[in-house]
Write a protein that binds this ligand. Structure first.
Ligand code: F6R
Length: 611
C-alpha cells in the first residue's frame, strides 16, 4: 500500500506534500516522511514514526523549504514501523526514493549491493532500489535513464518516485503494479498514488500505465511505455463534487459514512431503474447481448467486498437461476481454475486498486471467461479501466478504513446485476422483478429507519465492552452478513469475532459458548426463522448471551440472557442490506467504548495495493 506524493514547482512545495500525505493516509499510516531539495542546494529529509500529524508537527519545528520534493506515508511490509524504516530512503546524500509495493527479489539484490560496498540503514525492500539506482548512475549519469535500467532488475510491484540533488530539475517515476498519477499544473507538476492527494493543486491528471516511466519537470512531462517507446497519456479533467472530506457533525468518518447509506444507496439506484424493471444498459451498451449468453458467474473480491459477493451468490442462484462461485482473490489468483463455458467474471472492489483483485482480473483474461464486469466505487481505478463492463457504486469517497457504505452500495449493484441477468435470460418472472424494483425504491427509507435505532444499539454495545470473543450467526444470505458483522467488530474493536452459519454451531463452535461469549444473530422473518430459533435455544441452554436483530414480525421476545432488537419488516431479498446497518453500528459503538482509533484501526490501511 503506502501513499506517494511528489512535486516540482517554482514555489515552496512542503505544504503541498504534507496536505497530499494527509489525503493519502487511507493507504497506510505507520510512518511518514518527506525529502526536499532545499534552497541550500542539498537534499534533506524528515521522517517520523506514526501518522502524518507527527511529521507535520516535526516540520513545524524545523521547516524544510524547497521547490522539488517527494513524500510518503507507509503501511509496513518489510521492516517494522519505525523512523529508520520510514521513507524516503536515501542512497548517499544525493538520491531519495519513495516506494509503494513489494520488491520480491530484494534479498538477492541486497546481498549483491552489500558486496558492492553499500551500507543498509533500514530493513526495507525499498532501500535496495535507492542503492541499485545509485549504482546504475555510475554508468549512466542521467537519472531517468538510470531509473529505466534499475527497474529492469526489480521483480515485484512498485510505484516509485525519485529525486536527485544532482538533477534537481525533475522528479522521475515508475509504475508497475501500483498506481501513479501525474497532476498537471501551470509551470508546476505533481505526482501521487491517487489524484485525491493533488486535488488541492490541480484538476488535470495523467494516469501512468503498467510499465510506464515518467520524467516530470516544471513545464514538461515525458513518458516511456514498458517497451521504452515515448508515449502520450491522455489528460483527464476531473470534477467530482462528492469528495467532501470532513466529518461534519459526526465524531468519526465511519459514523458519518454509516449514516450516509440511505443517500448513497439512492444515488446508486439513480438512472438504473425503469418503472418495473432494471435498466440493463446501466452495465454498458453491450451488456444486454452479453448477459443473454451468461450461464455461470464467477465472483472474486477481498474482505468486505468478498462478503458482498457471498450475498450475491444466494441472489444469483435463487432469483436468476445462474450457478455462481465466489472466491477470495488471493486464492483465486493462484489456483488452477477450470472455467465453465460462458462464465461471467465479476470483480467487486471499493477502491478498484486492491492488488489481489486486480491480479485475479488479469489472470481471468487469460482463462477464457465470457467477459469481465467490475462493481467498483472508483471510476478512474485500474479495475474499471481493465474490465469489459462496469457498474459504479455511488458511495462517494469512503475515508473510514472499515468499509460501510461501500458494502451496502455493492449489494445494491449486485442485486441490480442479478435482476438484469434474470430479466435478459428470461429466468426471472417479470412480476417478481417489478416487486423487487419497488422494494429497491423503498430501500433508502428503510435504511433510514434502521439508522434511527442508533441510540438503542449504542446501549447494546455496552454488553461487549469487557468481552474478548464473540460469535455471529446467520442462515442463508444472512450468513455473509454475519461474516461482515464479525469482520467489522474485529477490525475496529479488536475483539475476536467469528461468524458461522447457525446450523454449523453444533458441529464444533458450540463448545466455545458460555456466559462470557455473546452471540449475535440476524433473524429476518423467512423460511429459515424456525430453524434459527432452535439454534438459538442451543446457545441459551449453554448459558450464552444472545443479541438478536429480529424482524418485528418474527415474534421474538426479550428474556433472560436474550436481547431482541426489533428491525423494520423488509422483503427477504433485501434483508441482507438492511441487517448490515445495526451490525455496523454495533461495531462502531463497541469500538468507541473501547477507545480504539475507529477510523484508522491498528495494522490496517484503506487500500490494499500489495499482495
Ligand atoms: C474491511 C475492508 C477490507 C476491504 C478489502 C477490499 O472493512 O474495508 O476488508 O473490503 O481490503 O478492498 P476493496 O473493496 O477496495 O477491493
Amino acid at each position: 500500500m503506502c501513499g506517494i506524493v511528489g512535486a516540482v514547482a517554482e514555489r515552496n512545495i512542503t505544504a503541498i506534500l504534507l496536505e497530499g500525505l494527509k489525503r493519502l493516509e487511507y493507504r497506510g499510516y505507520d510512518s511518514a516522511g518527506v525529502a526536499v531539495f532545499t534552497h541550500n542546494g542539498t537534499l534533506e529529509r524528515m521522517r517520523r514514526n506514526g501518522k502524518v500529524a507527527e511529521l507535520e508537527q516535526a516540520l513545524a519545528g524545523e521547516p524544510l523549504m524547497g521547490r522539488l520534493g517527494i513524500a510518503h506515508t507507509r503501511w509496513a511490509t518489510h521492516g517494522a514501523p519505525s523512523e529508520r524504516n520510514a521513507h524516503p530512503h536515501f542512497s548517499g546524500s544525493d538520491l531519495a526514493v519513495v516506494h509503494n509495493g513489494i520488491i520480491e527479489n530484494y534479498e538477492a539484490l541486497r546481498e549483491q549491493l552489500k558486496g558492492l560496498g553499500y551500507v543498509f540503514t533500514s530493513d526495507t525492500d525499498t532501500e535496495v532500489i535507492a542503492h541499485l539506482l545509485n549504482h546504475k548512475l555510475k554508468d549512466q549519469s542521467d537519472l531517468t535513464e538510470a531509473l529505466k535500467a534499475t527497474v529492469k532488475e526489480l521483480h515485484g510491484a512498485y510505484g516509485l518516485a525519485v529525486i536527485s540533488a544532482k538533477q534537481p530539475d525533475r522528479l522521475v517515476a515508475a509504475r508497475s503494479g501500483s498506481p501513479l498519477v501525474i497532476g498537471l499544473g501551470l509551470g508546476e507538476n505533481f505526482l501521487a498514488s491517487d489524484q485525491l492527494a493533488l486535488r488541492q493543486v490541480t484538476d488535470r491528471f495523467m494516469y501512468l500505465e503498467e510499465g510506464d516511466i515518467a520524467e516530470i519537470r516544471r513545464d514538461s512531462v515525458q513518458i516511456w511505455d514498458v517497451n521504452g517507446k515515448s508515449v502520450q497519456r491522455e489528460t483527464v479533467q476531473y470534477r467530482d463534487g462528492a469528495e467532501a472530506a470532513d466529518k461534519g457533525e459526526y465524531r468519526h468518518y465511519m459514523l458519518k459514512e454509516i449514516h450516509e447509506q440511505p443517500a448513497v444507496v439512492q444515488r446508486t439506484l439513480e438512472n438504473r431503474l425503469g418503472q418495473d424493471h432494471v435498466l440493463v444498459q446501466a452495465f454498458g451498451p453491450q451488456a444486454a447481448e452479453l448477459f443473454a449468453k451468461v450461464r455461470n458467474v464467477q465472483i472474486v473480491a477481498c474482505g468486505t467486498s468478498y462478503h458482498a459477493g457471498m450475498v450475491a451468490r444466494y441472489w444469483l442462484e435463487s432469483l436468476a437461476g445462474i450457478p455462481c462461485q465466489v472466491e477470495v482473490a488471493s486464492e483465486f489468483r493462484y489456483r488452477k481454475v477450470v472455467v465453465q463455458p460462458d462464465t461471467l467474471f465479476v470483480s467487486i472492489s471499493q477502491s478498484g486498486e486492491t492488488a489481489d483483485t486486480l491480479a485475479a482480473l488479469r489472470n481471468a483474461k487469460e482463462l477464457g471467461f465470457l467477459a469481465s464486469l467490475a462493481i467498483c466505487n472508483v471510476g478512474i481505478s485500474s479495475l474499471v479501466r481493465e474490465s469489459d463492463l462496469t457498474l459504479l457504486t455511488q458511495a462517494g469517497r469512503e475515508i473510514g478504513v472499515a468499509s460501510t457504505k461501500a458494502f451496502t452500495t455493492q449489494l445494491v449493484g449486485l442485486l441490480l446485476l442479478t435482476l438484469s441477468l434474470g430479466q435478459v435470460r428470461g429466468t426471472l418472472e417479470a412480476g417478481v422483478e417489478a416487486q423487487l424494483v419497488e422494494e429497491l425504491r423503498r430501500l433508502p427509507a428503510r435504511l433510514g429507519e434502521a439508522l434511527a435505532m442508533d441510540a438503542t444499539i449504542e446501549k447494546v454495545a455496552e454488553l461487549f465492552a469487557d468481552k474478548h470473543h464473540t460469535l455471529f450467526l446467520g442462515r442463508g444470505a444472512q450468513f455473509p452478513v454475519a461474516m461482515e458483522g464479525a469482520l467489522k467488530l474485529k477490525e475496529i474493536s479488536y475483539i475476536h469475532a467469528e461468524a458461522y452459519p447457525a446450523g454449523e454451531l453444533k458441529h464444533g463452535p458450540l463448545a466455545l459458548v458460555d456466559n462470557d461469549m455473546p452471540v449475535v444473530t440476524v433473524a429476518p422473518n423467512n423460511e429459515l426463522l424456525e430453524k434459527l430459533k432452535s439454534n438459538l435455544q442451543e446457545v441459551r441452554a449453554r448459558g450464552g448471551e444472545l443479541i438478536v436483530f429480529a424482524d418485528e414480525q418474527a415474534g421474538m421476545t426479550n428474556g433472560e440472557g436474550t436481547h431482541v432488537i426489533n428491525m423494520p419488516h423488509i422483503h427477504d431479498v433485501l434483508a441482507p442490506i438492511l441487517y448490515t446497518i445495526p451490525l455496523q453500528l454495533l461495531s462502531y459503538y463497541v469500538a468507541v467504548l473501547k477507545g480504539t482509533d475507529v477510523d484508522q484501526p491498528r495494522n490496517l490501511a484503506k487500500s490494499v495495493t500489495v499482495e
